[in-house]
Design a binder for this molecule. Structure first.
Ligand code: HEC
Length: 122
C-alpha cells in the first residue's frame, strides 16, 4: 500500500515536471522562427519595401535616382546586386534604409530567400 502510494506520487511529479518543461520550452523560442518558405513579391517583399523604402524610393521621391516602386523597378536592383548589398550594409554600398536602423534580420532573410528563389513576380 505504501509502495503504491509513493510510486503514484512519483509518477504525478514526473508528469508535472514534464508538463512544465514543455510549456517553458514553447515560451522560450517563439520569436526565433523566421518563415522564409515560398516568399511572394506581393505578400512578403512588397510590404517590407513599401514600409521602409518608398518614402525615398517611390516614383515621386526617386532619391539618389533609385526607384524601387513596382516589381520591374525593384527587379533592376535585385539583378545588379545593389538591393542586397544596401540592406545587408555591405561595404561598397550605401547602407539602407538611409538614416534609419537596419531592417530586422527576419525581413532581410525574407528578401534574400525571395531573391534566391529567382525573385519571382508572384
Ligand atoms: C531617407 C531616405 C531613404 C530611405 C528611407 C531609403 N533610401 Fe535608399 N537611398 C537614399 C539615397 C539618398 C540614396 C543615394 C545614395 C546615398 O545618398 O547614399 C539611396 C540609394 C539606394 C540604393 C543604391 C545604393 C548603392 O550603393 O548603389 C539602393 C539599392 C537603395 N537606396 C535601396 C533602399 C532600400 C531597399 C531601402 C529600404 C529598405 C531604402 N533604400 C531606403 C535614400 C533612402
Amino acid at each position: 500500500m505504501k509502495y503504491t502510494w509513493s510510486v503514484s506520487v512519483l509518477l504525478l511529479a514526473l508528469v508535472l515536471v514534464a508538463g512544465c518543461y514543455y510549456d517553458v520550452e514553447e515560451e522560450l523560442y517563439p520569436t526565433l522562427e523566421c518563415d522564409t518558405e515560398n516568399m511572394s513579391y506581393t505578400n512578403d517583399v512588397l510590404p517590407i519595401v513599401q514600409g521602409n523604402c518608398y518614402t525615398c524610393h517611390d516614383q515621386g521621391s526617386n532619391f539618389g535616382g533609385v526607384i524601387l516602386e513596382g516589381y520591374e523597378s525593384l527587379k533592376t536592383y535585385v539583378d545588379n546586386g545593389r538591393l542586397l548589398g544596401a540592406i545587408r550594409h555591405e561595404s561598397g554600398f550605401s547602407p539602407m534604409p538611409k538614416n534609419a536602423p537596419q531592417l530586422v534580420a527576419c525581413n532581410i532573410e525574407k528578401i534574400e530567400a525571395w531573391i534566391n528563389a529567382g525573385a519571382p513576380d508572384n
